[in-house]
Ligand binder design. Structure first.
Ligand code: SF4
Ligand code: SF4
Length: 122
């Protein structure tokens, strides 16, 4: 799979991940606080301290963040976690670069122009 195809798949997985999150709504944001922040005293949300966080929320498309739940929500929203896990398996099997707190551009910046060519050279 070349770089362009991987980038398209990145977008598709992000889109499906968003639909899953919309459907289950595990984070249940309210008044600027997620479910974990509201229910566990002193707890911070998983975006705390991230350079991509703005007053209006996340400013980038980070696939790893989109396909991930904190331990608390993962244990409660089992079906949601299973669906997200399937998307992570697709991403892993297709060798999609997706690191936590990295935008799509950051994820692909260091990615080889064509991993197949690179594999042939090796
Ligand atoms: S995954 Fe957990 S910590 Fe992160 S936003 Fe959702 S509820 Fe909050
Ligand atoms: S990149 Fe991830 S951790 Fe950072 S603001 Fe976006 S969703 Fe939160």
């Amino acid at each position: 799979m070349n770089r362009e195809a991987k980038q398209k798949l990145y977008d598709i997985l992000f889109f499906i991940g968003q639909q899953i999150m919309n459907h289950h709504d595990p984070c249940a944001w309210k008044d600027g606080m997620c479910m974990k922040m509201r229910t566990v005293e002193g707890e911070e949300g998983c975006c705390e301290g991230c350079k991509h966080l703005s007053q209006k929320g996340c400013t980038v498309r980070s696939l790893a963040c989109k396909l991930w739940l904190c331990d608390r929500e993962e244990s409660i929203f089992r079906e949601c976690e299973t669906e997200l896990k399937i998307l992570r398996l697709v991403a892993d099997n297709c060798d999609i670069p997706y690191e936590w707190r990295k935008s799509k551009e950051e994820n692909f910046r260091l990615w080889p122009e064509d991993s197949n060519k690179l594999a042939q050279v090796r």
